[in-house]
Design a binder for this molecule. Sequence first.
Ligand code: DC
Length: 225
Amino acid sequence: MNEKVISIAIDGPAAAGKSTVAKLVAKALNYTYIDTGAMYRAVTYAVIKAGLNPENEEESVTVLPGMTIDLLEDGTVLCNGEDVSKVIRTPMVSSKVSYIAAMKPVRLALVDMQRAMSNSKCVVMDGRDIGTYVLPSAQVKIFQIASVECRAKRRYDENLSKGIPTTMEDVIEDVKKRDYIDSHRAFAPLKPAEDSVQLDTSELNIQEVVDAILAIVKEKTGVEA
Ligand code: DC
């Protein structure tokens, strides 16, 4: 690997605002943004589309062989060539994605893709296990947290702005359920890397979080936006 290739890992629980922030950090540094949650969502959609049960591992993993996932520069997500950018954010997918993300064969397949994507270029990658498992030697590791209520409100507003119908109660339940499954799964669970910097964003706006991360990047790598 080229010595100058820098990786920034941003992990944390569901709806902590990681993707919004990671996108802006990547833009500021001119790095590539990699949304690994979108990849687990794409697999979940493929399973549902194939009429399989996303809570059943044996059935679900049959979609993996030959599957392609492309994350385009403009944020478009392609799964087997189909634009799934919008459908992967719907409650139909959100409510099942933690089951798919807990399946070891799914994780191994996606982690291979994620490592390949960051092999030769500078990336900002967000997810749950980037600092602990996918890119353990990332130069910068952020663990972004926020209260459940705050995260649910952010996800609710995001859904509203995208025209996805949800209620606050449903979003709170979904966030809590996903926190539990993501942090209790056997393989690569959600937890802060020992060398990560924890950032509580409950009381910060987006720009404040971005600025805090850019300051950490500068301190750790000397790279300035
Ligand atoms: O960040 P998100 O809400 O789009 O992630 C969707 C789901 O995928 C989430 O429930 C946890 C899982 N996930 C994971 O297990 N590991 C990752 N690196 C990214 C996401």
